[in-house]
Design a protein around this ligand. Structure first.
Ligand code: OAD
Length: 240
């Protein structure tokens, strides 16, 4: 979609931004073939979160939980970062004060080269020791399940935030301390309150999403369409 028409006033406003936050959700990886959580084909339509993504589910059946995460990890490893991930990595390189906060656990932002990034829901390429809290990269090929910690004689768990769990306070503090003046909210339904509030509190908010979301009413501009088609041309103009 080269030649997308953006409002010149919007581009001008973005160029004046001093601290840019990009918040991403599952929609940014949809074009890489990774299912979103809500909506048609969403993971939470097919699976019950309480069976797979809670501390109780893990205590009840760690093998089942690990099997589900290993299947998702295999899908994510086979996927490639798309133009949206690449455009966000380019924005990081081109803007002096930049922070990416992602809700995605698929590792695609890392693989696209993003560095100034907080993975606030964790990353399913990593496990975490249940005793020490230390994280480690999971091996390939797939492991013996359920995974044991390499750091202690203890089980390991997927390094993801589950329903009913608190966020990592250090990551949240960093996200809040960044004090962005412009936020791009890309591919998120904003159904999860903590990340949505990071976007909603920003003085100038741009939403990139084909559909209306809970954030839309807070947005100063809504770019309606797939992130993969919109973000590349937007980054070109912004950084020109
Ligand atoms: P959702 O599945 O709730 O929302 C995905 C959003 O992406 C929707 O608003 C879609 O309209 C939009 N979308 C779909 N295709 C798109 C495209 N090509 N370009 C841009 N946007 C597109 O996913 P999240 O908002 O990420 O938490 O969900 C938040 C959290 O809820 C997830 O991190 C996960 C889930 O429970 C945990 O697992 C901890």
């Amino acid at each position: 979609m080269r030649g997308v028409d953006f409002d010149p006033a919007l581009i001008e406003r973005l160029r004046r931004a001093s601290r840019v936050l990009v918040l991403t959700g599952a929609g940014v990886s949809a074009e890489s073939g990774i299912p979103t959580f809500r909506g048609d084909g969403g993971l939470w339509r097919e699976f019950r979160a309480e069976d797979l993504a809670t501390p109780e589910a893990f205590a009840r059946d760690p093998h089942l939980v690990w099997t589900w995460y290993e299947e998702r990890r295999a899908l994510c490893r086979a996927a490639q970062p798309g133009p949206a991930h690449e455009a966000i990595a380019r924005l990081e390189q081109g803007l002096p004060e930049f922070l990416l906060v992602t809700q995605n656990v698929d590792g695609l932002h890392r693989r696209a080269g993003s560095k100034r990034m907080l993975e606030i829901h964790g990353c399913l390429l990593e496990g975490r020791c249940t005793q020490t809290g230390r994280t480690f990269l999971l091996d390939d090929p797939p492991l013996d399940l359920p995974v044991r910690s390499p750091h202690a004689d203890a089980p390991a768990r997927p390094h993801v935030v589950w329903f009913g769990e608190a966020y990592d306070a250090r990551l949240l503090e960093q996200a809040l301390a960044f004090e962005a003046d412009v936020c791009l909210a890309v591919g998120t339904s904003a159904a999860v309150g903590v990340p949505a509030s990071l976007a909603a509190r920003t003085p100038f908010l741009v939403e990139v999403n084909p559909d209306e979301t809970l954030l839309s009413r807070h947005a100063d501009a809504c770019l309606r369409g797939p992130a993969g088609a919109l973000l590349g041309p937007l980054a070109d103009l912004w950084l020109a």
